[in-house]
Design a protein around this ligand. Structure first.
Ligand SMILES: NC(=O)c1ccc[n+]([C@@H]2O[C@H](COP(=O)([O-])OP(=O)(O)OC[C@H]3O[C@@H](n4cnc5c(N)ncnc54)[C@H](O)[C@@H]3O)[C@@H](O)[C@H]2O)c1
Length: 348
């Protein structure tokens, strides 16, 4: 039995608390210290019986025995805390977006390269079991050559969600950077890089300074094309969290929200529904297309991500989403805002 890895948690807010609770269940690691200036940071540290510090600097100064760090602070604190951890030789699991700007993201990636210390970016959906099956299905030609994808994400956020300034205003607010970034990461993982996109929409339903509703056209390097519709102002049964039930605060509907179309069939996620013609008939519109569900597993993406990070810390595997990958997803999401502002397509 190996000793549990000792992790520090920076930022014990909404997602930080979820990391803390997931880590409590994971025998391979233990969160031993929390840095968070807010009272709930001290309260959680007390509840979990771990050291509390008001600042990241104090934690790094006093905790000598760490093996890794989880960074779940606001976006503009990811780079400075991440670089400080890397300089201490601590591998980092940093929440998405990797940082708030491309320049600070590049600085974080450069520090990781210079010190040879890995960064894993918290695009946890890649650890949903359906994604492994989908990746294999798309790569092995089961649906032929993927030519198109449709993605939906639409849920109405509660009104008090917008009490926090940063959620109503640039540079951190809006569903593109907060929510769609996960879909962009998954689509890039499954179909390859997005090389061109155009966005329409904006503050359609609310008067906030950030968008609430978006329509995107995207083109992948492979030539495949896609449409993405997103709104945080419209209740619907369609969206990743609704389809998977991965977020305990969002009651699930079990509906698909992605449809991949290939030259030999189609695949809908997250239910992993494969649509195919029978092998003994031509695969054309005059013949019946049938659905076959593919095997799926238990959904515990955040926990799976943490288990994976433990392997990264022990040097057993490379991060599934490394810093450069997280930065390319950030670059793609920032292009959405650029396209909206300029009202034209953006090449990446
Ligand atoms: N992976 C996901 O699905 C997911 C979900 C939610 C949030 N996030 C990301 O996680 C990060 C945090 O989001 P949140 O919703 O938990 O925000 P939050 O406001 O609920 O929590 C952030 C916490 O960080 C603390 N903090 C601020 N500055 C700090 C510093 N310098 N050092 C230590 N702690 C500091 C705050 O006091 C707060 O408790 C953001 O980057 C966000 O994009 C990811």
């Amino acid at each position: 039995m190996t000793t549990a890895l000792k992790f520090a948690l920076f930022g014990a807010g909404n997602i930080g608390e979820r990391h803390l609770r997931v880590a409590k269940e994971e025998p391979q690691c233990a969160v031993v210290a929390i840095a968070d200036p807010a009272p709930h940071g001290a309260r959680l540290a007390n509840e979990f019986g771990v050291q509390h510090y008001a600042t990241a600097e104090a934690l790094l100064e006093h905790e000598a025995e760490l093996d890794g760090a989880i960074i779940a602070t606001p976006n503009d604190q990811h780079a400075n805390i991440g670089i400080a951890c890397i300089q201490r030789g601590l591998p980092v699991l940093v929440e998405k977006p990797v940082t708030d700007t491309l320049a600070s993201g590049q600085a974080l990636v450069d520090a990781s390269t210079a010190h040879d210390v890995p960064i894993a970016v918290g695009h946890h959906r890649r650890f949903d079991p359906s994604i492994d099956v989908a990746k294999e299905t798309l790569d092995n030609g089961t649906i032929g050559r993927p030519v198109a994808v449709e993605c939906l994400w639409s849920m109405r956020k509660h009104d008090t969600y917008f009490d926090a300034d940063w959620r109503r205003n640039p540079p951190s607010g809006g569903p593109a950077l907060i929510n769609l970034i996960h879909d962009i990461d998954l689509l890039r993982y499954l179909l390859g890089d997005i090389v061109r996109l155009s966005a329409d929409g904006g503050a359609v339903a609310r008067d906030n300074a950030v968008e609430d509703t978006l329509a995107l056209h995207v083109r992948f390097a492979s030539g495949a094309v896609g449409t993405i519709l997103a709104s945080d102002a419209a209740p619907s049964p369609w969206g990743w969290e609704l389809g998977t039930g991965e977020n305990p605060e969002i009651p699930p509907t079990g509906r698909n929200c992605y449809r991949f179309m290939g030259t030999a069939g189609s695949l809908a996620l997250p239910r992993l529904e494969l649509w195919h013609h029978r092998g003994d008939e031509p695969a054309d519109w005059h013949h019946q297309i049938e659905m076959r569900p593919l095997a799926d597993g238990a959904r515990a993406a955040l926990r799976n991500q943490l288990t994976h990070f433990c392997g990264v810390v022990r040097g057993e595997s490379a991060p599934r989403v490394d810093g450069a990958d997280g930065l390319q997803t950030l670059r793609t999401v920032l292009a959405i805002h650029e396209s909206l502002a300029q009202q034209k397509a953006v090449d990446l």
